[in-house]
Ligand binder design. Sequence first.
Ligand SMILES: [Zn+2]
Length: 323
Amino acid sequence: MRRTWLALARRLYHTKVLLPLTQGRDELANLHANTQIPKLIGLARLHELTGRRGDADAVDFFWKRVTQHHSYVIGGNGDREYFSAPDSIAAHITEQTCEACASYNMLKMTRHLYSWAPDAAYFDHYERTHLNHILAHQNPRTGMFTYMTPLMSGVAREYSSEDNDFWCCVLSGMESHAKHGDSIYWENGDTLFVNLYIPSTLEWKAAAARLELNTRYPYEGDIELKVRRLATAVYFHVYTDSASDCTRRPDTVAHARRSSLRSSELMLFWILILSILYCLRRRHESSRDCAGLSGLHRRRYGRYQRGSGRRCVAHRFGLLGWR
Ligand SMILES: [Zn+2]
């Protein structure tokens, strides 16, 4: 049965689009963005089932090209739903930028890539898109959704209506806003990854632990992760994307040494990628012990620029961007 479905999946392989990506060629200009992204998600799943390296390479290349050469400061892509030439988005600041479905699907693809290799760069893009685009996708007063998120100055977002507007982005919006807690934490054996700073409580079965994350990030930089319960003595690792360290005392709340992410205007987008993964190891003796870590995720002003021959720069405060 499995072979049948795999054979069918191969029949659906769109050679014209996927082969250049497998060969490391960006021929995305003038292609409909959100038609291509699910093809790559399918390819990611094929790689997971078959282990074929070329499929993974194509997904990785596509993700890097889209996030680094075709994406706006809010993480979205596409003008009137289409990719333009690489590094030309500054010439495409229009009333029809950033279809929500395209960002939604790029986040899906990001999760595949991160599961193969947990590189912080993946969740830099994920968080930037989540905070700037996905959250802006829904009107919190009415619950209605946008199709596009226009980056052109003075253009208002248009929202769906209860009776007359039901787009693809309404459906992806329903999914997006049921998934805010989807990837805050990931686990791998005795390792816990804290990917997103969203207030939450985690019941972590592998470590028989309950953890609590408190923050008002991104509006404030303070982040606190508390271990509320441990049923057994256990070591575990916590990866965060802020430069942190903790004390060794298992029965007290540990405080991180506050240090900032390094940034440089010359490095532009790569400011975020400079987040350093720190591994924190703690040994907990009993269920009464309470430990944790806290830190300051320093939000700096930065610039985001994609070359196009025009003088166009977006400004950012931390991960929040505006033009
Ligand atoms: Zn859509």
